[in-house]
Design a protein around this ligand. Sequence first.
Ligand code: ADP
Length: 689
Amino acid sequence: MTAISHSRQSAPRLASALLVARGPLVGALAYLIGAESAFLVGTLSDQIFAPFWPPNVILFGALLLAPTSRWWLYILAALPAHVIAELHVGMAPLPMAVAFATNCAIALISAFAVRRLVAEAPRLGTLKKAAIYVLVTALVSPAVVALGGAFVPILGGAEGNYLIAWTQWFLSNSLGFLTLGPIFLTWFGESPRAWSMFSTARWVEAAVIAATLVVVSALAFHLAAGTVEVGFMPALLYAPLPLILWAALRFGEKGASGAILVVTVVLLSLALNHSSLFVASDPERNVVALQIFLIALAVPVLLLGATIDEVRRAEAATRESETRMQFAAASANIGLWSFERASGRVWATAHCRSLLGLAPDAPLSREIMLQSMHPDDRDAAVEAMRSAAYAGEDVTHEFRLLLPDGGVRWVRVRARADRDDTGAPFRVSGVFIDITSVKVAEQEADMQRRELAHLMRVSVMGELSGAMAHELNQPLTAILSNAEATRLLLARPSPDLAEIGDAVGDIVQESRRAGDVIARLRSLLKKDARPPEQIDLNALTRSSLDLLHSELIARRFRAELRLAPDLPPAFGDAVQLQQVVLNLVMNAMDAMAATPLPQRTITIDTRLLGAGALEVGVLDRGPGLGRTAQARAFEPFFTTKPEGLGLGLSICSTIVGAHGGQLALVNDPDGGARASFSLPVRHMAVAAK
Ligand code: ADP
């Protein structure tokens, strides 16, 4: 291997090693700066013990950011920083080692516990998470680690007992984790986006609060210091509280932790470097008292900040989900509304207003809503919505809205009652769904269905035309011969008036017969929609057979009628139902085209089925349905006839379905097939609109 290739390979290795070392090195530097700033804030009389000790929290923060597998690197890098800082204040090697071990221990325990217990950012985002953080890092872990840390001053030869040393270690670490820890977690633990959302005005406000806090804390200290014997006013120490609360309320946990840090640094540095606050000339006890005061202040303020963040986040989430829901509803052409029954207040989404034809921010009241309904539909719609208040389930109803431009919009309303604790409905809320396009499509489909049915009728007429011509021919021939006979009678010298009268009577009768045939044809060929009416199915069957009369004779079929007496009426479009009967009888004739003459009987019956339904059946003695025809006879364009269209049964089934009934075609056990359709007795739903 050449020297060049060796250096080429080692360059990336060096770069990646530097990358790995970067975190621990930055951590170590921060550790050193933290220690130096602690000494800047102040130490106790032994010049070694700093009551506010940031390095542990800095190490904790660095460990939180680093993968667990590299924690040892961070600890290793912090060692020289620790030695430099402690040598600076002249600490002996043994206490220095114990101090480092305890510092590492508290950082490790806290980082491990926080990672485990409050795994997800924001780590101080809820009251529960903040409480866990306080409990672990400001109570349990400093209490445990102080058991070792308390040896540091004793090993250093300082006087004093173990309990006091433990208290000092406990308090300074607890305070550190209450002031700097939250700063680390909230200021650096979130995405940079959280900061970029801060406007300049917010930054200015934060700076003003911080500066005012410094001034107020310092003033409070100076006014209270040394006045224990001569009118000490503890209330003065609470002077910064309104500012702290302001910071917490406006900036949540960020503001709360920042404010606590400012007050802690100011009060502690003044207590360590200036006059005694509580007890004259005893800095140790003064500082302990101040630490306890600051810890007692920090805990509720941090919990408050976290609660405020939690509430704000919940509010934002609610707002967001509401916006999303409204967006989704608007995209689906759905308007949301609610109506407070006691106050009469109406709430509606912007899209709901636009469905009603109102401006998005137009005022809305019950009256305005009622006014936008089509006058013909208003009463039924109001009744439906009112019934929603008392119905145990959702109520749906369809009605028209009359738009300001004169247009009409179809909506389906779905409403439900919101009930209070006593079960009384206090609000009706629901949705308006725009179904105009569905209605238009339905109307179009209906029209097409009618067109098709009409075309089929015309085609049936085409098939019947030969027989019809023949049927018309009979009365016309009779009329002609009677007319000629009349002329001959009139030509006689003494015409027999009685005979002439008979001939003219015959002419009238035959003309009526011909007129009836034409009237039946015309009604069948009519295209217009007719209002639904009561239908006597027996009469309908008879008149259908009248139409088929000549065809039956021409094709040499016999029709046998078995009509149930006293049949209740059906309801619907007589022409369409007649078309069904015609179709079924013509299918029966087609099926029996090859049947020997003696068996060529078509039996048509009507009957009352149970459950208020009527049935018309057409029975033939043809070959019956093959397997394919059984499965597919109702499919459009399915036919087994050389000249068939395959539309008859499909159209008949649509017609019967629209009348609320059902069409069936089955093989008869005695041979042949039986086609039948059922209809409800006086079915009110207007089938043939
Ligand atoms: P088309 O009469 O033009 O064939 P239809 O929809 O009326 O159309 O009938 C579809 C098919 O159903 C027929 O081609 C035939 O095969 C079968 N079918 C209908 N009625 C009967 C019947 N009474 N007996 C046997 N097969 C029938």
